[in-house]
Write a protein that binds this ligand. Structure first.
Ligand code: DCB
Length: 340
């Protein structure tokens, strides 16, 4: 009898533990399931606590690909490629990385059509899409806040009613003088206000100091608004335990985190594929329900590009193994749930 009781106790303890630790069990991580796209299933996203959740309040983890700089590899930002990524790679998410400097938006607003092409394709395909104001060379987001407000006003007016849209308002603030308190937060508050005038609820993701590696600094002084998340970026050859500790700290402080960009390589976007470190990060993201987009879709020949050098020059999709780089092969396996 005693043995029986112990057994019952053990079984129920295990079941209880399994149900508690399996908070994310309803998320299938499929781009299309039973003929329904991810946007048809998840609908209007919302942030609850530190979790990104579907319309019913269940935590979900979105995974997908980022474009490379649209001014260079914008030809891949089309329905064929995003559709191929959805159907063959199981991508639920596309990120349109619109650099503002380095030949991007500030020198020619025409680049905006690569963003709108991306958004229109994502809406048609039923995947989520991140509109990324890719601050990099200009370091301080506040330096171009007026341009950002004008851009996001237009984007949110045009597309704010679609649940597909996610706004990323400053990719990677960087530089010693660019602090959360004096630069990023005041910038974000202005841009959030602009977006919210047109779009009351889609997710807005805010960059963090030091190339979006310090979410805990934002978490200590958070923005008071709904459906806001904070960016964390990592490169598997450069970032590891210390960076995950910062993320843990941010989550503990109640800050929701979204990894809008990460690479299998060094922070330069090159220098080899770090598979072991990549898989450690993937495990951590799954355990903590952190959504992500991988850097990047291009055929430049750098190690973080998913295509081999000069493959699919016209941006048609329909790739075979021969078209993929070592990075591409690994990311495809991860997205298709073939490797953990
Ligand atoms: C980020 C940027 C992204 C950059 C990748 C890889 O930068 F958000 O724009 O992409 O990470 O470095 C690279 C492309 C190259 C291109 C170059 C310049 O892959 O093809 O030539 O941008 O536009 C980071 C991320 C982390 C760190 C530094 C940078 N870090 N950074 O930790 O030091 O200086 O670009």
């Amino acid at each position: 009898m005693k043995l029986f009781k112990t057994a019952i106790f053990t079984v129920s303890a295990v079941l209880l533990f399994a149900s508690c630790s399996n908070k994310y069990k309803n998320d299938t991580k499929l781009a299309v399931e039973d003929g329904k796209t991810v946007v048809e299933r998840y609908g209007q996203l919302q942030v609850i606590g530190t979790d990104l959740c579907n319309k019913d309040g269940q935590p979900v983890q979105l995974r997908g690909m980022s474009s490379h700089g649209l001014q260079w590899y914008g030809k891949f930002a089309n329905e064929n490629v995003i559709g191929w990524l959805r159907d063959d790679w199981n991508c639920q998410l596309w990120r349109a990385a619109m650099y503002i400097s380095e030949g991007g938006y500030l020198s020619s607003k025409a680049i905006k059509t690569r963003v709108t092409d991306s958004v229109e394709a994502a809406i048609k395909l039923g995947v989520y899409v991140i509109i990324d104001w890719h601050v990099l060379g200009t370091k301080d987001p506040l330096a171009h806040v007026e341009q950002a407000k004008e851009f996001f006003d237009e984007m949110s007016k045009t597309y704010g009613s679609y649940p597909n849209i996610i706004y990323e308002i400053c990719n990677e603030p960087n530089g010693e003088k660019v602090t959360w308190k004096d630069s990023i937060k005041p910038y974000a508050e202005q841009v959030i206000k602009t977006i919210r005038a047109n779009d009351p609820n889609n997710i807005i993701i805010v960059g963090t100091p030091v190339w979006s590696s310090q979410p805990q600094l934002a978490a200590k002084d958070p923005i008071k608004a709904d459906n806001i998340m904070y960016t964390v970026h990592f490169y598997a050859g450069t970032h590891g335990k210390t960076d995950r500790k910062n993320i843990k700290e941010a989550l503990k402080l109640g800050a929701p985190v979204f990894c809008t960009e990460w690479g299998t390589t060094m922070a330069s976007g090159d220098g080899g594929v770090f598979e072991k470190s990549t898989l450690e990060w993937m495990k951590f993201f799954e355990e903590n329900n952190i959504s992500w987009a991988n850097w990047a879709v291009n055929n430049k020949g750098e190690d973080s590009g998913i295509l081999g050098f000069n493959k699919d020059r016209d941006g048609k999709g329909g790739w075979t193994e021969k078209d993929l780089s070592p990075d591409g092969k690994l990311i495809r396996k991860i997205l298709r749930n073939e490797i953990k």
